[in-house]
Design a protein around this ligand. Structure first.
Ligand code: NOJ
Length: 544
């Protein structure tokens, strides 16, 4: 297969326009601000930006509650500003993918407003209704403790509507052919404006409606095939990235060799990664990697540490979850929905610089495409005084000035306060300071990205978990087109020494490492990884 599949060697950076940079000084981030700060992303080396929803929205769920799929929320600018941003990104060789949230709309969407008026509304069947009160309406809530049910009675409609998420987010009925046509139309619109694909929100819920009262009998996955076919016709090279927190057994139904989803976020791996970090052993992660199904053909797993939501640990056992809570979120206020953690990476790891860097290096070294969350490259923290997942969505910290350089507005006029004090506040942690400091996390992450981009073996190649005879270190080996790269990560807070012997390899050239192991060495040599140390090696000669 040719190396045309750009996403296999991409580094994706997720951000929310609202919280990245406010250029017009009204207290809210905007597209003009984002375009202005693309140099930060260029310096970092990312080559694909994933934008959280920026569509008109009452913003009751951070924009995941949409009232118009064909526009930009006026708080962030105009459609013209969006196009200017797209142009600026393309100029710097960056692709843009956007959130496609079509499992549900906002209750304020004109479709729902029409649908609830009468059974004769042309939009009535665009949603999922039940005349009778459905059984078990509290079963399957996604946000336990906050969301009460998945069906709510609407007095105007005289019926119950389905909402997998909050009650202000009625589910669209994808069994209705008109809804499917509309989904493709939305995709076509943004593809015409230059996006390189979509992160599809809540895919398992999106396709599940088939079995519901007014659902059909089609194969639920057919929607994904239709979306992918349409996407490929409209824009060659565009991709679909699924938010699908699924079991590995189901993965191939979603990938279908890449004929459906190109990428799926690897939620199971994310959870065992944190179990490994909490236990200080590579063992759980190693086990998961060894049993993870491949992503054949055009498929690719997407790796991540943190994202805009809680760190969801629901796939682990209660005891395992408890271990992670004890290590990284001991205070109940740091936990969420009985299953997750509403913290950012740096404070969760106790601001231990060695551990943070090891975890970041690991993410770039995992088999798959890395997806970062803005602010993690400088070690931003969370604001636990905010509700639910808002805690990890505070504005980007650019400098140590007012509002962390995010906005020139008066402090009270900023939509969400920029944490100022403490170890992760903007006075201490900000982009400007880290640019001028060669030992900063920002520089370290930039070198990791550069190493990752220069090691296509990782994104493209076959990987193998190497047995070094110790669970202290995770060793991964990648081969692709004659190239061979090995990555090593020490999960313990003690130095570990071990010989590196790989069949047929006489010479190892370090590609990336912490302050140690910078010189080439020969096969069989004992190497020492310091506490939470990491080292990436190119095997044999330089890359051909
Ligand atoms: C998943 C998104 O990641 C989350 O932020 C959102 O609340 C739900 N989908 C509902 O759209």
């Amino acid at each position: 297969m040719s190396a045309n599949l750009w996403y296999k060697n991409a580094v994706i950076y997720c951000l929310d326009v609202e919280s990245f940079m406010d250029l017009d000084g009204d207290g809210v981030g905007d597209f003009a601000g984002l375009a202005d700060r693309l140099d930060h992303l260029e310096r970092l080396g990312v080559n694909c930006i994933w934008l959280n929803p920026f569509y008109p929205s009452p913003n009751r769920d951070n924009g995941y509650d949409i009232t118009d799929y064909y526009g930009v929320d006026p708080r962030y600018g105009t459609l013209g500003d969006f196009v200017e941003f797209m142009h600026a990104a393309a100029d710097r060789g960056m692709r843009v993918i956007i959130d496609l949230v079509v499992n549900h709309t906002s209750v304020d969407h004109p479709w729902f407003q029409s649908a609830r008026q009468s059974e004769d509304s042309p939009f009535r069947d665009w949603y999922v209704w039940s005349k009778e009160k459905p059984a078990n309406i509290t079963e399957g809530v996604v946000f336990p403790g906050v969301q009460e049910a998945i069906w709510t009675h609407d007095r105007k409609a005289g019926a119950w509507y389905l909402h997998r998420f909050y009650k202000h987010q009625p589910d669209l009925n994808v069994a209705n052919p008109q809804v499917r046509v509309e989904i493709l139309k939305i995709m076509g619109f943004w593809l015409a404006l230059g996006v390189s694909g979509f992160r599809i929100d809540a895919v398992p819920f999106l396709i599940e409606d088939m079995g519901l009262p007014n659902g059909g009998t089609q194969d639920p996955f057919s929607l994904l095939t239709e979306m992918k076919e349409f996407l490929s016709w409209r824009r060659a090279g565009a991709v679909l990235l699924a938010e699908a927190n699924i079991e590995y057994e189901l993965a191939e139904d979603y990938f279908d060799g890449g004929d459906r989803m190109n990428m799926i976020f690897d939620f199971p791996l994310n959870q065992t990664l944190f179990l490994s970090l909490a236990r200080r052993t590579a063992s759980p992660l190693r086990q998961t990697l060894m049993h993870r199904p491949g992503s054949a053909g055009m498929g690719q797993w997407a790796s991540f540490l943190r994202n805009h939501d809680e760190l969801d640990l629901a796939r682990l056992t209660k005891a395992e979850r408890g271990e992670i809570f004890t290590a990284f979120a001991p205070d109940p206020g740091m936990q969420l929905y009985n299953r997750g953690i509403r913290r950012r990476l740096a404070p969760m790891l106790g601001n231990d610089q060695d551990l943070i860097r090891m975890a970041q290096s690991l993410m770039f070294a995992l088999p798959g495409t890395p997806v970062m969350w803005y602010g993690e490259e400088i070690g931003m923290g969370e604001d636990l005084s905010l509700s639910e997942r808002e805690a990890v969505r505070t504005p980007m910290q650019w400098n140590d000035q007012r509002n962390g350089g995010f906005s020139a507005a008066e402090r009270d006029a900023v939509f969400r306060q920029v944490p100022a004090d403490g170890p992760n506040g903007h006075r201490h942690i900000n982009v400007a300071e880290q640019i001028s400091n060669p030992d900063s996390l920002l520089h370290a992450v930039a070198s990791m990205i550069a190493a990752r981009r220069s090691a296509p073996e990782i994104g493209w190649g076959e990987f193998e978990v190497v047995d070094l005879g110790t669970d202290d270190v995770l060793a991964l080996s990648y081969r692709w087109r004659g190239g061979h790269v090995v990555t090593l990560h020490n999960f313990t807070d003690k130095a570990v020494t071990f010989p590196i012997e790989i069949d047929g390899i006489e010479r190892f050239v370090p590609l990336l490492s912490d302050a140690h192991n910078r010189e080439p060495f020969s096969g069989g040599t004992k190497i020492t990884l310091p506490r939470f140390g990491y080292c990436w090696l190119r095997c044999g000669a330089e890359r051909r």
